[in-house]
Design a protein around this ligand. Structure first.
Ligand SMILES: CC(C)(COP(=O)(O)OP(=O)(O)OC[C@H]1O[C@@H](n2cnc3c(N)ncnc32)[C@H](O)[C@@H]1OP(=O)(O)O)[C@@H](O)C(=O)NCCC(=O)NCCS
Length: 157
């Protein structure tokens, strides 16, 4: 089944929160955090992924100057491993390039090899480690960076 992406709107926050709590049991965002991100579209870009009208994932980008930040990316558990994450990340990076970002940064839990692999495949490399960044578990945060995001625009000619 094909996945379609569209901008996240405020009425998506409730269903997004259901996925958020299921996928990030230890460090789920609050609805207020999503509200504040959506309230600042000049510096944020959030999308939801749908299959047959059902929410199967979401992702968000923040832009600070010429730096992009992957704020979140998540795919419903029963739809993982089928390319939805790749589609979402690709869309975020294209948007980062369109908005003039030179590089994109993100933080990922050290105990999340699957997400790290996804980022690595897109060209992200490890910039550093933030010890015990994720609380309360005390899991390290790995900071990853993708340089030369503008190359994505060049690829479209
Ligand atoms: C991380 C996540 C977003 C990836 O989404 P996904 O739809 O499952 O990923 P995709 O199917 O697009 O796979 C993309 C890449 O992820 C990696 N990947 C996917 N399934 C994997 C698995 N079972 N084991 C290891 N790596 C895997 C591979 O590198 C894959 O690339 P490939 O398809 O070229 O082999 C998803 O697993 C998720 O929502 N996890 C829970 C929330 C989370 O951890 N978010 C990231 C926070 S930093």
């Amino acid at each position: 089944m094909s996945v379609t992406l569209r901008r996240m709107r405020w009425w998506d926050i409730a269903p997004v929160m259901e996925l958020e709590r299921a996928l990030f049991p230890e460090d789920a965002w609050s609805p207020e955090l999503f509200w504040s991100e959506l309230a600042d579209p000049d510096n944020h870009w959030y999308v939801v992924a749908e299959e047959a009208g059902e929410l199967v994932g979401y992702a968000g980008l923040a832009v600070i100057g010429d730096e992009g930040h992957v704020q979140t990316i998540a795919v419903r558990r029963d739809r993982q491993g089928r390319g939805v994450g790749r589609t979402l990340l690709s869309a975020l990076l294209d948007e980062a390039a369109r908005r003039g970002c030179r590089e994109v940064l993100l933080e990922v839990r050290a105990d999340n090899p699957r997400a790290q692999e996804l980022y690595r495949r897109f060209g992200f490399t490890v910039l550093g480690v933030r010890p015990r960044y994720y609380q309360p578990a005390g899991v390290d945060g790995i900071v990853m960076r993708l340089k030369d995001v503008q190359r994505r625009l060049a690829a479209y000619g």
